[in-house]
Ligand binder design. Sequence first.
Ligand code: HEC
Length: 164
Amino acid sequence: MASAEGMQPDAHPSKDTATEGNEPTEGDMGKWVDPAGNPTYNFNEDGTVDWYAWRGSKKYGANCLQCHGPDGMGSSFAPNLTESLQNLSYFDFVGIVVSGQQNQWTSPNSIMPAWGEDPNVMCSLDAIYIYLRGRADGVIGRGEPPRPPKNDEGQKAEYDCLGF
Ligand code: HEC
């Protein structure tokens, strides 16, 4: 694996990258973590993103894009998450996605649904975060990232969680 160490985040990185840096260490099942243990992205030798970042882009497309727009860039319905992540840590992000949030962005009737009961989101929560962290850091571009090598363990864990 080529390290993300050499990848320079843009001038407005995610809060975790601003606080912890983006030097990745391999954790369980090929999932990379930063020095504080927060999920993060990495890059393969061929330049593709790690499997979780790729999977997260898919899951983002299936569950979040309809409101938050292509590539996390926001829409008239919901905020730009590549900007939101500059102020949200991994734990902040998880709390909002699990429990929802209302009227912080605009009001009234600005409602982020709670996803805590939805396995399609919960079983891929880290993957979605990893993808959006890479987008916020400016190191994962627009559009679906090219498909990386398979991660059988990671995919099995997701399917087990979904009850397949
Ligand atoms: C039905 C539309 C909708 C969908 C689908 C949706 N969101 Fe949201 N989301 C919103 C709205 C609206 C807000 C702003 C809520 C507010 O004003 O407090 C929001 C806010 C957020 C925030 C907080 C941003 C901030 O700056 O405070 C995060 C993080 C977030 N959404 C992540 C996600 C993720 C991840 C998904 C997919 C799993 C998702 N959302 C799916 C509508 C949606």
